[in-house]
Design a protein around this ligand. Structure first.
Ligand SMILES: Cc1cc2nc3c(=O)[nH]c(=O)nc-3n(C[C@H](O)[C@H](O)[C@H](O)COP(=O)(O)OP(=O)(O)OC[C@H]3O[C@@H](n4cnc5c(N)ncnc54)[C@H](O)[C@@H]3O)c2cc1C
Length: 413
């Protein structure tokens, strides 16, 4: 028989991702770059991120740049630390990151839309690997993890070798993975979110936002009625993002509204120093109001051909600013564990590896973010603890997943 010395080219996997949020798109890019055929099913007709800011810490920025993100497209403001303000006196104590290598521009503060737009460009634009097929207005209503099928609201059934559930807090895919529905109960905390045009700061006592250490300005107040405000410049300094968490016993009320007025926002923080209120007074109604919900730690993130990722796996409070960051890390880990040449029979062991590598970190962020709001002695621990910062910020998700792959899977490929 004639001998061929050219090996058949490996078959790319058919991958379906549910959800085109930051986690789903980052995963689509990572798997596209590995050479796989990726489809993303997104329920909303016109997917974009909400009008709010997001901190992109160094552990996530490192991954984004590896995936091809151009830093200038993020229009970020340097996130060099957090200035902790006393709510009553208005005095601030700047706290740089406790890790010297994290200084100056290694983390960024961005507008969510800028991050999402850049991920979209890398997913559906020209680039390395097959272009991602994005299906907007395609809500998934069921998943069979063993068969690798998704059922869409339209009745259509989509087959895949690998399915990633990046469908957020109210995940449908999570129910299929766990075999039962797990809903996130009210956490007792809600959050106002607003963006202010920073050119208006000159009209008020707004220097506390613009001056001093480049980064988040944090105001913590109350004990029983815990409140935490994080304010920062984003989009090249042209906008101020404000996320203001407060204790909210009314989360399950029928009248609870996802929008608020400036008056409601100001009333919630009426006892703060006037310089804070002068900036909050620039917010324009309506203001977004968000119920913060925390998932319990899940028994598993994987089943059959399916894995959960991001908020569908570990949604928590925003106290550490790491929810999207760990989703981005999880995305690149999948890219490393599923190179071109991965066979369908390899999928279960690769998903086991994904869970082994990623779940402890996702669960840590889930629990720690909650405790840093609910356990008084742990409040603002992130600012004080080199250990916590080191665990979160120094983590190299690419190196970890590549090393794991080389050790456990390379020899059998
Ligand atoms: C106030 C606040 C501040 C935060 N700040 C930070 C921060 O500074 N840094 C940080 O890293 N994280 C932060 N986070 C957390 C971060 O926002 C989330 O962890 C992250 O956005 C989750 O991304 P995701 O892609 O997993 O989910 P989502 O963004 O929720 O995306 C899920 C997507 O799935 C789609 N979807 C849902 N169900 C279906 C379905 N059945 N079929 C098809 N599509 C579906 C949805 O429409 C959506 O587009 C913050 C969160 C809050 C609330």
């Amino acid at each position: 028989m004639p001998h061929s010395n050219t090996a058949p080219s490996p078959r790319p996997l058919q991958v379906s991702i549910v959800g085109a949020g930051i986690g789903g798109l980052a995963t689509a890019i990572a798997l596209r770059r590995s050479g796989h055929l990726v489809q993303v099913f997104e329920a909303s007709e016109k997917k974009t991120e909400i009008g709010a800011g997001i901190g992109v810490p160094v552990n996530a920025l490192r991954v984004l740049e590896h995936l091809g993100v151009r830093r200038e497209n993020l229009k970020g403001v340097s996130y060099d630390g957090i200035t902790a303000f006393d709510a009553t006196t208005g005095e601030g104590v700047p706290r740089r990151w406790l890790l010297p290598e994290m200084d100056q521009g290694r983390s960024l503060l961005c507008h969510r839309k800028d991050v999402h737009d850049e991920l979209m460009r890398l997913a559906v634009g020209e680039g390395e690997g097959p272009i991602v097929q994005l299906h907007l207005g395609h809500k998934v209503i069921d998943c069979n993890p063993d068969e690798g099928t998704l059922t869409l609201k339209s009745g259509e059934v989509a087959h895949a070798d690998l399915i990633i559930g990046a469908d957020g807090l109210h995940s449908t895919i999570r129910t299929s993975v766990l075999g039962r529905e797990i809903t996130a109960p009210p956490s007792g905390f809600s959050c106002f979110r607003t963006l202010i045009d920073s050119s208006k700061l000159k009209d008020v006592d707004g220097a506390w936002i613009t001056d001093g250490l480049s980064g988040t300005k944090g105001i913590t107040c109350g004990s029983a009625d815990f409140r935490l405000v994080g304010a920062y410049l984003c989009r090249n300094g042209s906008l101020v993002n404000i996320a203001a968490v407060y204790t909210d016993p009314h989360q399950d009320d029928k009248e609870w509204s996802p929008i608020a007025t400036r008056e409601e926002f100001l009333e919630t923080y009426h006892d703060l120093h006037p310089k804070f209120l002068s900036v909050f007074g620039l917010a324009e109604s309506p203001i977004l109001k968000w119920q913060l919900r925390v998932l319990p730690v899940l028994d598993t993130w994987i089943r059959g051909r399916v894995a959960l990722l991001g908020d569908s796996a570990s949604a928590s409070l925003p106290t550490l600013g790491q929810g999207a960051a760990v989703a981005i890390e999880e995305a690149v880990a999948l890219g490393c564990l599923f190179p071109l040449g991965t066979r369908t029979e390899d999928i279960p062991s690769r998903l086991e590896a994904y869970q082994t590598l990623r779940k402890p970190r996702g669960d840590y962020v889930n629990r720690e973010a909650l405790e840093q709001a609910t356990v008084p002695s742990k409040r603002a621990l992130y600012l004080r603890s080199r250990e916590v910062q080191d665990y979160l910020l120094s983590h190299d998700a690419i190196k970890e997943a590549q090393e794991y792959f080389e050790k456990h899977f390379r020899p059998s490929m």
